[in-house]
Ligand binder design. Structure first.
Ligand SMILES: *Cc1c(COP(=O)(O)O)cnc(C)c1O
Length: 385
């Protein structure tokens, strides 16, 4: 991944600095309104990262010690850590192999009377199958937090990811499409929740620093509860406003490049590739290939061959339950998660990737996979006299 940044972002950051207001201020407010409008939510609360957004969302929903929060293990580790920050216990749900996302079936298998929230990740930008999940969780009175870190610009049933969400969390880390360096956003339609999250991100203060500054009269603020410093800066928001204007172009380019990968790799044996699910479209934040079970090539060999050719690829999505930070953490069997994390490879995909770059990636995969896959194909390939 490489961020797509230009002189417009430089100028916007410079203007924020020249204004003298570099902490959370008017540009953050404008960025919140722009992101909320873009995803079809009533409110946006900008924060310092998506990790902070997930933490705040859980606190805002009342999750605390003794509670369980269902999360996929197959996600960036922040998804699992967020319940722990709130004093709750993450409970790992398995995922569906085609989308790498949790489903109503995998979540239902691990719900208990102590479940206070379910975090649904739209992994790599692929929209999760929200209808069944929403029906399941609504029946139990359990709120869904959408971890949309990767999904700005993805859609579900014709609406942007974030629309109709109880609460969604977005990331602006440079690994995602739209970046502010570091940054995150919570979106929701619930005004009371938004107001509480605004307070919590700013030390629990009943009046924001920006409002205090703008007031004509002296304002003595009160600290209503133990909050956090999870603020975004106006320098970041200035960059984000420019980046957001590029989102459609980013998504279009990535979708075209992903289609081209799919066409070029179609005849390379032993690979499974993902496509849009029937219920939505992906922004193609990530493009991964899964080495099928009928291919003997070790994933490490594929990564090594790409690295030897100077191509930066990555292992597939991590599984939190396999990390030392979760050693001894009890969980139900997670067979699909374990297969996907061991057998997938994330290929280079970024706005400025050229067709020649892509051809090179495909060439290496063809070389490293073809012989082994051919040997694994049952039956002779040439007639034996
Ligand atoms: C990147 C990512 C996060 C964390 O986002 P930050 O903004 O880096 O804190 C959380 N969840 C998922 C699924 C991610 O991909």
């Amino acid at each position: 991944m490489k961020p797509w940044l230009g002189p417009e972002e430089q100028a916007a950051a410079a203007a924020a600095i020249a204004s003298g207001w570099v902490a959370q201020g008017p540009r953050v407010a404008a960025f919140e309104a722009a992101v909320a409008g873009r995803v079809g939510a009533a409110h946006g609360v900008a924060v310092s990262s998506c990790t902070a957004a997930l933490h705040l969302a859980l606190v805002g929903l009342g999750v605390g010690p003794g509670d369980e929060v269902v999360v996929p293990s197959l996600s960036f580790i922040a998804t699992a850590n967020a319940p722990r920050y709130a004093g709750a216990t993450p409970v790992f749900a398995d995922v569906d192999a085609a989308t790498q996302n949790v489903t109503a079936r995998t979540v239902a298998a691990v719900l208990t009377p102590r479940t206070q929230a379910v975090v649904v990740v739209h992994q790599g930008g692929i929209p999760a199958d929200l209808d069944g999940l929403r029906t399941l969780c609504a029946a139990r009175g359990v709120p869904i937090v959408e971890d949309a870190a990767c999904a700005l610009g993805s859609t579900h049933r014709g609406r942007p990811i974030g629309a109709g969400a109880r609460v969604a969390a977005f990331s602006f880390h440079p690994r995602k499409l739209v970046t502010t360096g570091e940054g995150g956003m919570v979106t929701t339609d619930d005004p009371a929740l938004a107001a509480r999250l605004r307070r919590l991100r700013e030390h629990g203060m009943d009046v924001s620093a920006a409002d205090r500054h703008a007031a004509r009269q002296p304002v003595i603020e009160a600290y209503l509860e133990t909050g956090f410093n999870y603020r975004m800066t106006d320098v970041q928001a200035a960059i984000g406003l420019v980046q957001l204007g590029r989102l459609d172009a980013m998504v279009a380019r990535r979708r075209a490049l992903a289609d081209r990968y799919r066409a070029l790799l179609a005849d390379v044996p032993g690979l499974t590739m993902h496509a849009d699910p029937p219920w939505g479209t992906s922004n193609h934040q990530s493009f991964w290939v899964l080495l099928r079970d009928d291919v003997a090539t070790d994933r490490g060999a594929v990564l090594a061959a790409l690295a030897a050719a100077g191509i930066g690829a990555r292992r597939g999505f991590m599984a939190a339950h396999l990390e030392p930070a979760y050693a001894g953490h009890p969980h139900a069997p997670l067979p699909v998660t374990e297969r996907l994390t061991a057998r997938s490879v994330i290929l280079p995909l970024y706005h400025d990737l050229t067709e020649a770059d892509q051809d090179r990636v495909v060439g290496v995969l063809r070389d490293v996979l073809h012989p082994v896959a051919a040997a694994a194909t049952p039956g002779p390939r040439v007639a034996v006299p």
